[in-house]
Design a protein around this ligand. Structure first.
Ligand SMILES: *Cc1c(COP(=O)(O)O)cnc(C)c1O
Length: 375
């Protein structure tokens, strides 16, 4: 049996090695390392996959979020609402731009933004909502879009963990994660569901004007070289990463299916256990299982992690400290009482290995070891 890893990028690479190597070599031969034609081609192919008019690539997912907020003209004092239970990047960029981060609690079932908490958090200063499609399933976008419309707010989707996930509206229309709000942001960090071999990110929008602004901001705020219309940044997807992603995009649906099959195996194996709660998937979305995250009941998390580790099985806690408690944000004086669910989740979540290359043998072994520990 292959050594078990949280994510196995090496085995994945070996299956498409020739294609990847050819793609990388062609960029090197072309010598167009920045803004080469492959970047445009990848953007076009991703736009087609997502069924969205514009894809603008950039340097990483954190930059994507920052650039989205810059393009929408958010200014110091503006409040931006997001979830307390997410990766720090989402909140970091809000703070970095001098905007005011407003954190709301999440739902215990889905780990995603609690809609009632969102409603309560809106003030006259609120300018944008940043729903995070955590672990691979979509937040309740129908409600969020309604709230945004009623209050004239932008919606910036953080779909770094959910690229390829589908959302179905009540009228039956289905859309891809990241294509429902004003702007969608994603990351191509190597371990993400569509991962590069380095850093990368992208923004999605259906709005021509916003797209043009995004395209300009990622490249020093210029459209015509050395004429700068906006204060921008230097955040580009380099051609080698675009070439790799362009190959991997073809396999994204297969990768999604592999992750879903692994999750199903886990679900079937754990669903009857009293002290483990399996992931709950909302009816309006599918789940692309960027993470497979359990909730533990009366199980000592450190001890089970330790036990699994001794059996050669890695596991991770995403995330051990809610953002409202992070030292970096101490001067925002978030009130701990507002986040009972995030506080609970950060104590009881445990993510097991899930990736595109998991074998039945590995899954069987992991399940056996988990069951051994809790019995
Ligand atoms: C990974 C991630 C990001 C940041 O992406 P980078 O490419 O690492 O900058 C942002 N938000 C969420 C939810 C993420 O998981």
């Amino acid at each position: 049996m292959e050594q078990i890893q949280m994510v196995d990028l090496k085995s994945q690479y070996y299956k498409i090695k020739d294609e990847i190597n050819t793609a990388i070599n062609s960029v090197i031969e072309s010598n167009q390392f920045i803004k080469g034609p492959i970047v445009k081609e990848f953007e076009k192919n991703l736009a087609k996959y997502l069924n969205i008019k514009h894809v603008v690539s950039c340097g990483n997912g954190t930059d994507a979020l920052q650039i989205a907020m810059m393009a929408l003209g958010l200014k110091p004092g503006d409040e931006v609402i997001t979830a307390d239970f997410t990766f720090i990047a989402t909140v970091e960029v809000i703070a970095l731009l001098g905007l005011t981060p407003v954190l709301v609690d999440v739902e215990r079932d889905t780990f995603n933004m609690n809609i009632e908490a969102l409603r309560k958090a809106i003030t006259p200063k609120t300018k944008a909502i940043v729903p995070v499609h955590l672990f691979g399933q979509c937040t309740n976008m129908e409600e969020i879009l309604e709230i945004a419309k009623a209050n004239d707010l932008y919606v910036i989707e953080d779909t770094a963990q959910a690229i390829g996930a589908d959302y179905t509206f009540k009228n039956g229309i289905s859309k891809k994660a990241g294509t429902m709000g004003t702007i969608g942001c994603t990351s191509f960090f190597p371990s993400k569901n569509l991962g590069a071999y380095g850093d990368g990110g992208a923004l999605f929008t259906k709005d021509d004007e916003i797209a043009e602004k995004l395209r300009s901001i990622v490249n020093h705020g210029m459209k015509v070289r050395y004429y700068h219309d906006y204060i921008g940044v230097n955040s580009r997807l380099d051609s080698i990463q675009a070439a790799i992603l362009n190959v991997k995009l073809k396999y994204l649906d297969q990768y999604k299916a592999n992750r879903q099959a692994a999750a199903k195996y886990y679900n079937d194996s754990f669903s009857k256990l009293n002290n483990i709660e399996i992931p709950v998937v909302s009816s309006f979305t599918n789940h692309v299982f960027h993470q497979y995250t359990l909730k533990l009941k009366d199980i000592n998390r450190e001890k089970i992690q330790d036990y699994l580790k001794r059996k050669g099985i890695p596991s991770m806690v995403y995330y051990p400290v809610p953002l409202h408690k992070q030292k970096a944000f101490h001067n925002y004086s978030f009130k701990d009482d507002n986040y009972p669910v995030t506080n609970e989740l950060s104590d009881i979540v445990l993510s097991l290995p899930i990736h595109t290359e998991m074998s039945e043998e590995q899954l069987e072994y992991i399940v056996k070891c988990v069951k051994e520990f809790i019995s």
